[in-house]
Design a protein around this ligand. Structure first.
Ligand SMILES: C[S@@+](CC[C@H](N)C(=O)[O-])C[C@H]1O[C@@H](n2cnc3c(N)ncnc32)[C@H](O)[C@@H]1O
Length: 204
């Protein structure tokens, strides 16, 4: 099922999706999934926030999950469909701003390189709803941008975190992984200094 919210528009991500066609699932997804499996539970309901091309959604579908995939960019739909393959019956694609979506209860919630694009004034509310979506024993895996990321100075419309702020957001969760990575590198729009936090946490 595909639901497109009226007015769902975003910067054009189609070039980004096309350049990553056939990408493998994020390593963080595989680590989060392994954490989930350690709880002895089988595939259930997953949410992929800012799913983009849908490579991670596709991996989850192929591994037996039902997935609610959310992305604000209408350009994602053909890529997500391609990655969903024969499993569209277990896919609910919601084309909308994550800040405007009622998230379902989930066993696994992932958000890779997407939540930093939520505006600072909406982030607290989005984070609260993301946390509430993860059911007890479920797993949350997110990538957040750090305050020393070079985009922090250029993009006040995005959200960046200090390490202390990330730790504070994780209060009350069983934090399995909090990896901080900082290095010069490339992005789709040129060189940048990356400062990211990779998180895997279990809801108690
Ligand atoms: C850098 S891409 C990452 C895509 C994918 N998760 C990945 O790991 O490759 C960021 C994605 O987040 C989506 N996005 C950005 N802001 C969003 C928002 N407020 N609500 C929903 N999706 C958003 C964009 O449309 C884009 O597909």
């Amino acid at each position: 099922m595909v639901t497109t919210q009226a007015g769902a528009t975003e910067p054009d991500w189609s070039g980004y999706y096309a350049r990553r066609a056939d990408r493998p699932p994020r390593e963080l997804l595989l680590r989060a999934h392994a954490t989930y499996e350690q709880g002895g539970r089988g595939p259930g309901e997953a949410v992929d926030l800012g799913c983009g091309d849908g490579a991670d959604t596709g991996w989850l579908l192929r591994h037996g999950w039902s997935v609610t995939a959310v992305d604000a960019s209408p350009a994602c739909e053909p890529y997500v469909r391609l990655n969903a393959g024969d499993y569209t019956d277990r896919l609910d694609l919601v084309v909308a701003d994550v800040a405007d979506v009622d998230l379902p209860d989930a066993d696994l919630v992932v958000a890779f390189f997407s939540l930093p694009f939520v505006a600072p004034e909406r982030f607290d509310d989005v984070w609260e709803r993301v946390r509430a979506a993860v059911q007890p024993g479920g797993v949350l895996a997110v990538v957040l941008f750090g305050d020393r990321d070079s985009w922090a100075a250029e993009h006040p419309e995005m959200t960046f975190h200090t390490r202390a702020a990330v730790e504070s957001r994780l209060t009350g969760l069983d934090v399995v992984e909090l990896t901080e990575d900082e290095r010069d590198g490339a992005s789709d729009v040129g060189p940048k200094h990356w400062h990211v936090f990779e998180v895997v946490a279990r809801a108690l």
